[in-house]
Design a protein around this ligand. Structure first.
Ligand SMILES: NC(=O)c1ccc[n+]([C@@H]2O[C@H](COP(=O)([O-])OP(=O)(O)OC[C@H]3O[C@@H](n4cnc5c(N)ncnc54)[C@H](O)[C@@H]3O)[C@@H](O)[C@H]2O)c1
Length: 444
């Protein structure tokens, strides 16, 4: 029996435009993977919207539909793609340059599709991404002018693609570290700073502002501030638009948010956690700049603090030494290697060590997240969920949350939250895992 009334959700009819800011490794791998899946040439592995089921009701009811059959999501055939990038490569050239997908098996067979995705000129300023330069940039000198040009791009993309709805996912480079300041507190201050070309207004914020002004949901896959501050959070509420971020949770941090809840659940101590990476793609090159790395570092470091709660458990985690390194190493390309050395201690304080060596593929892990985020943000928008989408924390290293809340980092709590939100949307009973109703003592 349903416990709540289902939300009114507008149907997913017509085309959904997915606009990626950035057409590098992640975005091109995402678009190619969707097209390959549509043609039956590859499977969308890693995507909950395509593969996962959801349990409904009691364990004895055996009701476990696919998520995509339970909630009204846009279908893969209804997606239309577009992008901005200061590098003029189309999606075919980007796939070949990034070298994530096999040229003969996965790129050449969809060459026509990929070549048709050409990036629109970007709003780009090297001050915010030091290791990049590009020629495909918007003319004009003022931030207001650029932001208005982005709004025009969104409208034209929507019209030319015959789209019913659009979502935007930031898949562009990590910008330099910016702390929220006075210009980020109110919309009036933000727009005034935009008009004054203030240095605290980064290009990513202009994309986010343009999206919100056009009523388009915006998800941020990088650790930049972008839409994570009061001015744009308020604008999202005013315009009734879904927003969220930050930083796709894919490799080392995903492992961290699985392993550290285990240590805490068992009350095992952690003395130190040393994480290092070698990475040779363009993202690695951008992160080789200390100012962009600082943005990433902040995003990666926060996780343990929140999960282990050293203030609550000082004898277990109070002295924890946490270090994160990313080293640019070109020979590896997109195939990152992430090492973790974890020094833990147990009964009577005896030390133990855990070593993790994750030989992963960055964009292969991130592409399904872009797909899920596009589909779930569109769902949220149609369901009238505006403002920060905390229920999608599952996908982010540094989840954006409402004012006064701390983020939930534990992957499995995030997973439960996501699925319970889907049950809530459809008016299904929440699953608490209490389970006493199966036993005599629960029936008394
Ligand atoms: N791959 C992962 O597992 C993963 C995980 C978490 C976060 N991320 C983040 O996702 C983003 C994309 O990663 P990637 O591997 O595709 O990087 P990439 O360098 O291959 O692609 C990023 C693209 O963004 C473009 N760009 C930079 N500034 C722009 C702007 N202002 N407007 C439009 N385009 C702009 C660049 O020219 C580049 O083509 C990075 O910020 C990365 O840190 C990736």
């Amino acid at each position: 029996m349903a416990e709540t009334t289902p939300r009114t959700i507008a149907p997913a009819k017509g085309k959904l435009g997915v606009l990626c800011v950035g057409l590098g490794a992640v975005a091109s791998t995402f678009m190619a993977g969707v097209e390959l899946a549509r043609r039956g040439k590859a499977r969308p592995i890693g995507s909950l919207t395509q593969l996962a089921t959801i349990r409904l009701g009691k364990r004895t009811e055996s009701r476990t539909p696919l998520i995509r059959e339970f909630v009204p999501l846009a279908g893969l055939d209804d997606l239309v793609f577009g992008a901005w990038d200061p590098i003029p490569d189309n999606a075919y050239e980007s796939c070949l340059k990034c070298g994530v997908l096999d040229k003969h098996e996965h790129v050449e067979p969809i060459r026509d599709f990929l070549q048709a995705i050409k990036p629109m000129p970007a709003v780009f300023d090297q001050h915010y991404v030091k290791r990049l330069s590009g020629v495909n940039v918007k003319p004009g000198k003022s931030k207001r002018e650029w932001a208005e040009a982005l709004r025009k791009d969104i409208r034209e993309f929507k019209a030319s693609g015959g789209c019913d709805r659009v979502v935007i996912v930031w898949c562009a480079s990590t910008e330099i570290f910016i702390q929220p300041g006075a210009t980020h507190q109110t919309l009036a201050a933000f727009e005034k700073a935009m008009d004054a070309n203030d240095v605290t207004i980064a290009p990513s914020m202009l994309y986010a502002w343009a999206a919100l002004m056009e009523g388009i949901p915006f998800a941020n896959g990088a650790p930049n501030l972008t839409v994570d501050f009061p001015a744009l959070e308020q604008l999202a509420l005013d315009k009734k638009v879904a927003i969220g971020g930050k930083d796709f949770k894919t490799g080392q941090t995903m492992l961290k948010t699985v392993l550290s809840p285990m240590f805490k659940a068992r009350m095992l101590g952690v003395a130190g956690w040393y994480s290092t990476n070698i990475l040779g793609n363009r993202d690695g090159e951008v992160l080789d700049d200390p100012e962009s790395f600082k943005t990433k570092e902040e995003s990666k470091l926060g996780v343990l603090e929140y999960i282990l709660q050293p203030k609550m458990y000082p004898e277990l985690y109070g002295e924890l030494y946490h270090k994160v390194r990313i080293n640019y190493y070109p020979p590896r390309g997109d195939n990152k290697e992430g090492w973790d050395n974890i020094d833990i201690f147990g009964w009577c304080g005896y030390p133990m060590q855990i070593k993790v060596d994750f030989l992963c593929r960055d964009s292969i892990l991130a592409a399904p997240l872009v797909l899920d985020l596009a589909l779930f943000f569109d769902l949220a928008q149609r369901a009238g969920f505006s403002g920060v989408q905390e229920w999608l924390s599952f996908y982010f290293k540094s989840p954006q949350v409402g004012p006064g809340l701390y983020p939930e980092h534990d992957l499995f709590i995030q997973h439960t939250k996501l699925k319970n939100t889907l049950r809530y949307l459809m008016g299904e009973e929440q699953i608490t895992h209490l389970g006493v109703e199966y036993y005599e003592y629960g029936k008394e």
